[in-house]
Design a protein around this ligand. Structure first.
Ligand SMILES: [Fe+2]
Length: 336
């Protein structure tokens, strides 16, 4: 899922385009939210016109759909806003139609959009993975602390899909009115969100209104957060969600990734050794900026640096500490 960082973005600021790919019925239009140009995987806001009918069939890609507004008929079953579908590749759906028209969010996870008319599943379809649910009516809100350390209380979730191998998740989340969280977070996974209703605010990207969307690759700072009147959104992560929290708004994605690596080194040193130290036994861990950054402003002697690895470097002379080869040239100063 190598999609570029898209944020801030709101689908209300763009117009619909007609879907003209072979296999798709007329009366379907879309707004592209994010696209992986290598695989064709994408997320789209889709408008189905009144009277739209898609004959039974399957897609060559895994899909997820949630109804945003209006009614969507699956065969003779009527699905209303908040109805969520997880549809494996090759899984044949009944006819899909909308008498009055509807707005849906469609995510093609593994390849470009496709529709193959069929009344039977493809022989290789993982049919057991299919599920759908009225997420607004039939799932209760749960505390947002599925991941620990966790978001502030007042951010609630409904888990919609979980991949036990990658730990990728799809979920609804809501921020209650008056919600705020004062720290900054980043993750080791990509994160996607579509605001079904309401507005939230982020320090880096401003207001995310109804129709607001982001695809955010790993290690990008986001937060603090707030929502004055509350919001409800569909969220996804493409692998295990871990909240790396901190309070330094200036760190770069590379520094954030280094910090993740440092935390792995401290928590699982043997795993770290296998994963990263393939060439030589390096005496220092990667840098966790939170343990080395200056907290009291400029200190001439800068003796608050280089403590994360247990090696205190007291050097009272001026030079740059973070040059590529500086870790290997320690002969010119004292290690106390
Ligand atoms: Fe996040």
């Amino acid at each position: 899922m190598a999609r570029p960082h898209i944020e801030p973005f709101c689908d209300r600021d763009t117009s619909f385009k007609s879907m003209v790919l072979p296999g798709f019925s007329r009366g379907m239009s879309y707004k592209m939210l994010s696209l992986d140009v290598d695989t064709g995987a994408c997320s789209m806001t889709v408008q189905l016109d009144a009277g739209y009918i898609q004959p039974p069939g399957f897609s060559w890609t895994e899909r997820e759909i949630i109804v945003i507004e209006g009614e969507l008929a699956i065969g003779d079953r009527t699905c209303r806003k908040g109805h969520y579908f997880f549809i494996p590749a090759g899984y044949a759906m009944p006819s899909v139609s909308s008498e009055q028209g509807c707005l849906i969010l469609v995510m093609y996870n593994t390849a470009e959009p496709s529709h193959e008319e069929a009344t039977e599943h493809h022989a290789l379809a993982q049919v057991d993975l299919y599920h759908d649910v009225d997420s607004y009516m039939d799932i209760p809100w749960a505390m947002g602390n599925v991941a620990k350390p966790s978001v502030a209380s007042g951010c609630l979730i409904k888990l919609l899909n979980f991949n036990p191998q990658s730990q990728a998740m799809t979920f609804l989340y809501c921020m209650t009115p008056g919600f705020y969280q004062d720290n900054i977070s980043y993750h080791d996974c990509a994160e996607e969100s579509y605001h079904l209703w309401g507005t939230s605010w982020m320090m880096q990207f401003g207001e995310v209104p109804t129709g607001g969307y982001f695809w955010r690759p790993a290690y990008i700072n986001h937060g603090a957060f707030a929502s004055e009147y509350g919001c409800i959104a569909l969220g996804r992560v493409d692998s295990k969600l871990f909240n790396h929290f901190h309070y330094n708004p200036w760190t770069t994605p590379v520094e954030n990734a280094d910090r993740s690596q440092a935390r792995l080194y401290n928590r699982d040193p043997l795993l770290y050794r296998w994963a990263f130290s393939t060439d030589h036994n390096h005496p220092h861990s990667p840098e966790d900026f939170e343990t080395t950054m200056s907290r009291r402003g400029e200190e001439g002697g800068h003796d608050n640096e280089h403590k994360s690895d247990g090696h205190r470097h007291d050097h009272w002379h001026g030079h740059h500490h973070h040059e590529k080869d500086s870790h290997h040239n320690h002969g010119d100063h004292d290690h106390s």
